[in-house]
Ligand binder design. Structure first.
Ligand code: FES
Length: 210
């Protein structure tokens, strides 16, 4: 885990440029994979990483995730950003001046489960769960919190920008919003990535583009 705050407050916990660097920066306070509790040193091993990829879900305890903080875990080989969005960010996501600059503000493209096709692209507005893979050529965007528009995800490879709901700005190299994985809350503070809420059958393999 690398602490790289882009602004004095709130803190920023995750910042990566590409998939390779991501493997060195895996972070989670408490992660369970396929029913097995996994500690941080275990995640830091490539062999262990291969083991993790075989499992279909990852449980993440977000109870210690503070406002403005992000942790990154891996699910099925993909980095997954879990961001505790500040109230100001939630207001900004609904701001017409932001929405008018987005390519697909209503998430009409099939890049997320139906149960997250809303203005915040998540189950609970304050917690974003996004696949951290740019839909252009697959780099890992970097979180940049700021007062302007509440912050963004910036893909430094070719300059694509996404808001903090993973919605891509217009006229960017990336054609689609960041994907949202299937996930559910198995306890108020524990997210299971890789499993839909009861009664939902979202198939991640059917999204337009990873
Ligand atoms: S891979 Fe993100 S802009 Fe090209």
């Amino acid at each position: 885990m690398t602490d790289t705050p882009s602004t004095p407050t709130p803190p920023l916990l995750s910042s990566q440029n590409n998939r390779r660097s991501f493997l060195k920066l895996l972070t989670a306070s408490s992660v369970t994979v396929g029913g097995v509790v996994v500690a941080w040193p275990f995640l830091n091993s490539l062999n262990s990483q291969n083991t993790i990829l075989e499992h279909s879900f990852v449980d993440v305890d977000i109870s210690s995730l503070k406002t403005g903080q992000q942790i990154t875990v891996t699910w099925q080989g993909h980095p997954v950003f879990i961001l505790n969005r500040p109230k100001e960010t939630l207001q900004t996501l609904q701001d017409a001046s932001l929405v008018s600059h987005l390519r697909d503000p209503d998430s009409k493209d099939f890049q997320q489960p139906p149960y997250t096709q809303n203005w915040h692209r998540s189950i609970h507005p304050e917690t974003a769960v996004l696949i951290g893979v740019c839909t252009h050529l697959g780099c890992v965007p970097t979180l940049q919190l700021s007062n302007k528009m509440g912050g963004l995800y910036n893909c430094t490879c070719h300059g694509s920008k996404f808001d903090l709901a993973g919605r891509v700005y217009k006229s960017m190299p990336a054609p689609y919003n960041l994907p949202v994985p299937p996930y559910t809350y198995i306890k108020p503070n524990i997210i299971r990535i890789g499993e839909n809420p009861k009664g939902q059958d979202f198939d991640f393999t059917k999204i337009k583009q990873l």
